[in-house]
Write a protein that binds this ligand. Structure first.
Ligand SMILES: Cc1ncc(C[n+]2csc(CCOP(=O)(O)OP(=O)(O)O)c2C)c(N)n1
Length: 210
């Protein structure tokens, strides 16, 4: 097993962080959107621990990545300061190899590109790209997973399925209960789990959701 070299965080650590941000956001002190998540702490901790995700690895996330940055080893105060500075939906910590974007589908190609470089330059490390269930339906997700599979790139896509895309029921859009990759060979490149988000899609639910 590989050495992780990053501090182990508990479910409560992650919950406490989101609660602290929620409380600050409620005061109006954060002049930017925040995306809070609750209910997926156990699967996320399991993924980071089982895969021993550490300093050599890259984490790509999207608008909902506070927990990912913490689990990757970014110090709590650095994540908090970034959120207070308005970066909740675009956390970016190159020194910890954590890269996040608020744009749906924006990072799947980048994840493949980094994985391609790691493989061809024979470097240690692996890429982990986290996204939501509706993001996993985008064209770029299909393309990135197929490319990664065909070239056996060191990248794993993690789909966190909360059943929603903002306020839209993803199953109504898909017209089927399962994600497209279920029971395909591409599952080899994907970790998939379901959860119910303890928070609204964005903010605390009493302002516009996007
Ligand atoms: C290109 C683009 N279109 C639309 C949005 C608005 N948007 C933000 S999150 C989101 C829903 C994504 O759903 P899903 O991938 O299931 O993510 P989760 O529910 O886990 O947040 C949308 C449409 C965006 N950020 N970027």
């Amino acid at each position: 097993m590989r050495t992780k070299n990053t501090p182990t965080l508990t479910k409560k650590d992650l919950q406490d962080f989101e609660k602290e941000i929620a409380d600050i956001f409620a005061t109006g002190a954060i002049r930017a959107p925040v995306h809070l998540r609750g209910g997926r702490e156990d699967p996320l901790i399991k993924i980071f621990e089982e895969r021993a995700i550490g300093p050599d690895d890259y984490v790509f996330g999207h608008w909902d990545s506070h927990e990912l940055a913490l689990l990757k080893g970014v110090p709590r105060e650095e994540v908090k300061q970034a959120v207070l500075d308005g970066k909740s939906i675009s956390l970016w910590f190159p020194q910890y190899k954590v890269f996040c974007s608020g744009i749906v589908g924006s990072l799947m190609g980048a994840a493949d590109g980094v994985a391609w470089a790691l493989k061809n330059q024979k470097k240690n490390g692996r890429v982990y790209l986290f996204c939501g269930d509706m993001s996993s339906e985008t064209g770029i997700f299909h393309e990135a997973v197929k490319y990664a599979f065909n070239f056996d790139l060191p990248v794993t896509f993690i789909v966190c399925d909360n059943g929603l895309s903002v306020m839209t029921n993803t199953r109504e859009v898909w017209g089927c209960p399962e994600p497209w990759f279920k029971n395909t060979k591409y599952e080899k490149k994907i970790i998939y789990f379901k959860y119910k988000n303890a928070y609204p899609h964005s903010g605390l639910g009493w302002k516009i959701k996007f």
